[in-house]
Design a protein around this ligand. Sequence first.
Ligand code: UFG
Length: 318
Amino acid sequence: MSHVLVTGGAGYIGSIAAFQLLEAGHDVTIFDDLSTGHLESIDSRARFVEASLLDISKLRGAMSGCDSVMHFGGKSLVGESVAKPELYMQINVEGSRNVLDAMKSEGVSRIVFSSSAATYGEPSAAPISEDYEALPTNPYGVTKLRVDELLSERATVDGFAATSLRYFNVAGALNTGSKWLGEFHNPETHLIPKVLQATVSNPLKVFGNDWPTPDGTCIRDYVHVVDLIEAHITALGQLVNPGHCIINLGSGSGYSVQEVISAAEKILGRSIPTEIDSRRAGDPAVLVASIEKAQKELNWSPTRSLESMIQDSHKAAR
Ligand code: UFG
């Protein structure tokens, strides 16, 4: 069993990782400044350190007794990253450098990092494999790519065993038995929660219906957060030898915005009010993962459907 430092463990994906790790018998220390995370999402079985990734001494203190890291902490909104690139460089890149420095000084060498498909930019190919050239089109994607590069360097220089998991569109929620852990962002920008929140007076804005796709709306690859975390736990368990590996996590198939809306209408048994808006800057038409590497290296395939992601997000909604 491991003792895992989970940065961003009060956030959407990090809190579900912390829960799953605890359920699997691991010890967990959560490191989060609660800037976007929620105190009520923190599992009482975990040790909690409330601090920023920019506070290296708190990071070192939190690392003591841990043997590995799952690093989810950071800023994650593409639009905000365009408005505040320096903030994203500071928290995501400098913060991650601090995590790696604290690992080195505390003798911790195993890390799973929360990377993103945003590193690929606007690809002309689908599905995208990990050897596709990374050409991010926004500061958020740049910061995730920088950290992937940093991990490669540290694997060589410091002997770290590291895996970057590049997420496509994460959705869904987890029922712990006593509560739901889900996506409680403010502001919310992601499609599935926005679809569920849509009302006649506040309809879902569909960002373009003139894309070069069969129904004219963008296609994305949605993966259930519980499947995603299962891949993390496997990846962590496999980190033995120094080196850095990049693996996509998605479902390997795509759904259009219109297909997501139709699926939600069936599940909710009502129509979702929508209005067509202009294209959102920086959106690629199609973003679908090749998950062959995850299948081969992690023996992982997602098992939860788009319908279960929508259903779980609906049940978790506050
Ligand atoms: N969309 C709408 N209306 C909305 C919200 C989204 O039409 O109100 C559309 C978007 O244009 C896009 C799709 O729904 O075509 C999905 O949008 P999301 O904002 O849910 O997700 P993204 O694909 O933009 O972003 C996701 C992750 C990012 C990551 C990116 C990788 O949320 O963190 O994939 O490119 F960077």
